[in-house]
Design a protein around this ligand. Structure first.
Ligand code: PMP
Length: 382
């Protein structure tokens, strides 16, 4: 049986999350915004428990958590939702990076067409953006800095802490796309200084189709982010539409579990990383790790195998491992990974690179067996 090693695209749902969601589907089917009966109250309680669980893992207030359909929507609300404020204040400069998820990049490019000035900061070959390069671009009319915490393709941790420290005393909003770090780098996120944060439940063993936008209050006031869809008053009008109670419950449960287990999960993920690195070293194949491994999260590796096309490799070793090249959102196209391009890697190196990502419950022995099979294929080609 092929082993699933594409957790950064979507992690399998934790069965404890699924069981809880099924109970919620069965028992809390009312609309959480219905005031006229107990069925609404039952659902509201489930939603507010979930909100408290999201808030707890970040060490923030419950009223700073807004449920969305996922990080794509959260990112869109941040960028597009600040538009009115930008027009009013004349602050129309945005700083982001060239390795953000498309939900940031495409929205920023759209705003560029609408008269915003956007700077896209490049990483160096380590896969990291320099905090200095970001800070240096801040100017009088800078509205927003949006930098991801962990890159989804390389797993490289970005210097959001330094950027957050600097921006904390400035009149500039700081948004962090924490989709790949949420529930994993828990202490780091608790300590981080930011105004807005995006996440998706399915990256931390929760259900697909739900996430959160975090808006931090400063002097009791939320950032001036406006709704980008029109409808009901749900989620303070920031995200209109009936709250999907069971999905939100699943997100809350995933947070509760991640909060209780993240230290143990981190150790398990690290041991898998060590096994993969050891297998690579012992195999005799020619390979390179993309990005500075000292900054990569315990659950991701981006590896180049010299002379072995990733497309051919993935096809030929499908029966062993489910890995990917580039992010799932772009994997239908054969365009080279824009993240690795921005890092300045050669075309050949990019073409020969795969992303491997896993979770705490990934079976160590299965990794040993199946990754060895994949390496055997690489050795035969090289
Ligand atoms: N940001 C990052 C860093 C991601 O990895 C992803 C998912 N690949 C997203 C945003 C978008 O998440 P979703 O597809 O769940 O909306």
């Amino acid at each position: 049986m092929s082993i699933y090693l594409d957790y950064n695209a979507s992690a399998p749902i934790d069965h404890r999350v699924l069981d809880y969601m099924i109970d919620v589907y069965k028992g809390a089917y009312g609309n959480a915004d219905s005031r006229t009966h107990n069925f609404g109250d039952t659902s509201r309680k489930v939603v507010e428990k979930a909100r408290a669980d999201v808030a707890a893992i970040l060490d923030i207030r419950k009223d700073e958590v807004f449920f969305t359909s996922g990080a794509t929507e959260s990112n869109n609300i941040v960028l597009q939702g600040l538009r009115e404020y930008a027009e009013q204040t004349g602050k129309k400069h945005i700083i982001t990076s060239s390795i953000e998820h498309k939900a940031i990049l495409e929205t920023a490019k759209y705003l560029q067409k609408e008269g915003f000035v956007v700077d896209f900061v490049n990483p160096d070959a380590t896969g990291r953006i320099s905090a200095k390069n970001v800070i240096r671009l801040v100017r009088e009319d800078t509205l927003l800095v949006s930098i991801m915490h962990v890159n989804n393709e390389t797993g490289i941790i970005q210097p959001v802490q330094e950027i957050g420290e600097y921006l904390n005393s400035k009149d500039v909003f700081f948004h962090v796309d924490a989709t790949q770090s949420f529930g994993k780098l828990v202490d780091e996120l608790k300590a981080l200084k930011y105004d807005m944060l995006s996440m998706s439940a399915h990256k931390l063993a929760g259900p697909q189709g739900v996430g959160a936008l975090i808006l931090r209050k400063k002097r009791y006031k939320l950032p001036p982010v406006k709704n980008i869809m029109f409808g009901g008053p749900q989620e303070h009008g920031i995200r209109p539409g009936t709250i999907p109670v069971a999905l939100v419950a699943g997100l809350g449960k995933a947070c509760e579990l991640a909060h209780a287990e993240y230290q143990e999960n981190k150790k398990k993920c690290l041991s898998i990383k060590e096994i993969i690195l050891q297998l690579l070293m012992d195999s005799g194949v020619k390979y390179h790790i993309n990005g500075d491994i000292n900054y990569s999260i315990p659950s991701t590796l981006n590896v180049c195998f010299d002379g072995v096309s990733s497309e051919a490799l993935m096809l030929a070793t499908k029966q062993y491992c489910g890995v990917s090249n580039g992010s799932a959102c772009n994997s239908h196209s054969y365009a080279p990974s824009y993240v690795l391009v921005a890092m300045g890697l050669s075309e050949e190196r990019i073409e020969n690179s795969i992303r491997i990502s896993w979770g705490a419950e990934t079976d160590l022995n299965a990794v040993r067996v199946e990754f060895t099979n994949l390496l055997e294929y690489v050795r035969n080609i090289q």
